[in-house]
Design a protein around this ligand. Structure first.
Ligand code: 4NP
Length: 158
């Protein structure tokens, strides 16, 4: 079976989207579903290209059992032709992703599309804030991951 693919996208690809990648990868391993879904992450800016995830994000995530292996990279027009689903962390990311490729093949969604209305629309950028911001990022991603997985693996249109 052709695996589905999901690309998590934030601004710098060092905080929120590497966490999305790590939480999804952990979920896949937990359910032995690594071969069903391919997961990656990217940023809308290339400023941190080549860097590991932010150490504050890694510390918060590792405490919850996640491991971080990504290196920051900027999203490309090709990403929007090759991934099935692109998940933007906030509405700025969503707008910037659309500018990268005006005719995307990939479906583009907000992470909060997979959450109920009690959650904010945007995953708040934790970069300039304190520790709590990183926990909020993880809370939101964790709540989204089962619905996101179901959506990816249960849609037959692709
Ligand atoms: P991220 O966080 O988009 O979640 O990776 C940020 C990382 C870097 C910057 C902003 C947000 N920055 O301005 O360099």
């Amino acid at each position: 079976m052709h695996p589905k693919s999901v690309l998590f996208v934030c601004l710098g690809n060092i905080c929120r989207s590497p966490a999305g990648e790590a939480v999804m990868q952990h979920f896949l391993e937990q359910y032995a579903a690594e071969h069903q879904v391919r997961v990656d992450s990217a940023g809308t800016i290339g400023y941190h290209a080549g860097n590991q995830a932010d150490s504050r994000m890694r510390t918060a995530g590792e405490k919850r059992g996640y491991s971080f292996h990504s290196r920051s990279r900027k999203i490309t027009a090709e990403d929007l032709e090759t991934f099935d689903l692109v998940v933007a962390m906030d509405r700025d990311n969503f707008r910037d992703i659309k500018e990268v490729n005006p005719a995307p093949v990939a479906e583009i969604k907000l992470l909060s599309d997979f959450l109920d209305d009690a959650w904010p629309l945007d995953v708040p950028d934790p970069y300039y804030g304190g520790h709590a911001g990183f926990e909020t990022v993880l809370d939101m991603i964790e709540a989204s991951i089962q619905p996101l997985f179901n959506y990816l693996t249960q849609t037959d249109s692709r």
